[in-house]
Design a binder for this molecule. Structure first.
Ligand code: C2O
Ligand code: CU
Length: 527
């Protein structure tokens, strides 16, 4: 079960002890509060009128513990939603029941601080018919985490086919605040998909898609097109995940009403913040306090993604017309990448509608403060004056990090960090002079496995400032983050503490096509 021998058609490499080892049996000494089986299976779900869509989905079964801890997202390929409390021990037996023998898979618990062997490193993939037993204690603060497949080279396709769920953590500090709960606590997963004439997903991971990413023609929220939520005149908590492969959203109310942000990737902020719009890149979460109290009944509000430029630099690829420039014959592939009618990155889009249909008396007020965040101090970093540089670039039609593309069979870490240290990382999104495809760079959402970090600084190259200005007011850098959008020409400094576990993790671009194409590196925490 090591690597993707099937994928690249060569012999399986020998295992190295430096890599997390697959765990295929439950440990007798581990006594879980919640014990689940999650199967990746093929299914059919109705999405568009007419023929149902063939999907892959996670099917969950509670073996022990609270049956209500696992809820489906109704009528959707997405889900389930797993709800746990900080401190709980979970055992999750993942069974790969995908119908295609080439589809190795493994689950990554995005944002959770788990030991390396429980993190879904691509080296721990299991073949169809095999299983992987996860056992870990949830140590994270309350927040909206998620899970999805992580086999190297096949993540993008597996996510497109439907594999993704939510992992919602709660804790006493959050309980004490009194946020909207139950049906007023709404998970919303935004994705884009392209359908063929028979209502089936269209996805082709050709080289052009791997280079530029996948953009779908239709927006789906919780797996549904044109979602309209009916709501009451009261406050809601919205937990929004960008579960798209490549599409970045600039979320705003159509009416111009500001957004009230209460949480980021790693849970609640210290205080609610208002933003004219919020940037949400693949992998990122944002939570909103949506107050509909003063909205007259029968009003419809629209959540949109506003247009922005600059996510693809300012060079190529803006419109297909550019492609004629020395690239005869690429048009067909471009068409595939954008699936014909897919709106380009940065296009205006309708995301969902909210229709206020019922009057309700409700007395919840937006709390002035939420949960304290202990700030990392730059001076406390072991490399406070010499940040670890993480350079993102395109060379010879390949996305690279620090001049290299991920090699699945490599067991040596690309980066070594010390246990119990705080490090300053500087992610630099470089321009790519001489690269015809994308001379000015492209936006990359960078995700670091193993825990949460804090963003401490952003700067941008003067020549790319204009595109950046269109998005910068939508960053929410005040909270805990595990994924950070890095725009073309941008430089982001972050502080991350490496604690509790030693071993190998990855960090990578969460544009899933970029990740699959090798925009990923191994880092190892050593004692
Ligand atoms: Cu959400 Cu390594 O990924
Ligand atoms: Cu990328």
């Amino acid at each position: 079960a090591f690597g993707s021998g099937v994928l690249n058609g060569c012999a399986l490499p020998t295992r190295s002890s430096s890599m997390p080892q697959p765990q295929t049996n439950p440990s007798p000494a581990f006594t879980p509060d919640l014990d689940l089986t999650i199967r990746a299976v093929a299914a059919e779900v109705p999405i568009l009128p007419g023929t149902p869509t063939r999907v892959w989905t996670y099917q969950a079964q509670v073996n022990a513990g609270d049956p209500a801890a696992v809820q489906p997202i109704p009528d959707s390929y997405l889900g389930p939603i797993i709800r746990v409390r900080t401190g709980q021990k979970v055992r999750i037996t993942f069974e790969n029941k995908l119908p295609d023998p080439r589809q190795d898979s493994i689950i990554h618990w995005h944002g959770l601080h788990t030991p390396p062997a429980m993190d879904g490193h691509p080296h721990t993939v299991v073949r169809p018919g095999e299983r992987y037993v996860y056992e870990f204690t949830v140590t994270d603060r309350a927040g909206t985490y998620w899970f999805h497949p992580h086999p190297h080279g096949q993540t993008a396709q597996q996510v497109i086919m439907g594999l993704a769920g939510l992992f919602v953590v709660s804790d006493p500090a959050e309980d004490a605040i009194g946020l909207p709960g139950g049906e007023y606590d709404l998970p919303l997963v935004i994705q884009d998909r392209t359908f063929d004439a028979d209502n089936q997903f269209v996805y082709d991971s050709d080289p052009m898609t791997r280079l530029m990413g996948f953009l779908g023609e239709r927006i789906l929220v919780n797996g549904r097109p044109d979602l309209t939520i009916t709501a009451a005149t009261r406050a809601y908590r919205w937990r929004i995940l960008n579960g798209s492969n490549s599409r970045i959203y600039k979320l705003a109310w159509d009416s111009g009403m500001p957004l009230t942000v209460i949480a980021t990737d790693g849970g609640l902020l210290e205080h609610p913040l208002t933003r004219p719009f919020v940037m949400l890149a693949p992998g990122e979460r944002i939570e909103l306090w949506v107050d509909l109290r003063d909205i007259p009944r029968d009003t419809t509000l629209k959540l949109v993604s506003q247009p922005f430029s600059g996510a693809e630099g300012v060079g190529m690829m803006g419109e297909s017309g550019n492609m004629d420039h020395g690239m005869g014959g690429m048009h067909g592939q471009m068409g595939m990448m954008r699936s014909g009618n897919a709106p380009p990155l940065g296009a205006p889009l309708d995301i969902l509608q909210v229709r206020v249909t019922r009057q309700e008396q409700e007395t919840l007020v937006l709390p002035a403060s939420l949960i304290p965040i202990q700030r990392h101090r730059r001076e406390a970093a072991v490399n406070a004056t010499t940040p670890r540089r993480i350079a993102l670039s395109l060379r010879g039609m390949e996305w690279q990090i620090n001049g290299k593309t991920f090699v699945m069979d490599e067991v040596a870490p690309d980066e070594i960090v010390r246990l119990n240290t705080l490090e300053l990382w500087e992610i630099v999104n470089e321009t790519n002079p001489g690269e015809m495809m994308d001379p000015m760079g492209m936006a990359h959402p960078i995700h670091i496995h193993g825990g949460q970090f804090q963003i401490v600084q952003r700067t941008v190259l003067p020549e790319l400032r204009a595109g950046w200005e269109e998005v910068k007011d939508g960053y929410v850098d005040e909270g805990w983050k595990d994924t950070v959008l890095v725009m073309p020409g941008e430089r982001v400094q972050l502080l991350m503490a490496f604690r509790d576990y030693t071993g190998m993790y990855v960090y990578h671009c969460h544009n899933l096509e970029h990740e699959d194409a090798g925009m990923m590196r191994n880092y190892r925490i050593e004692a």
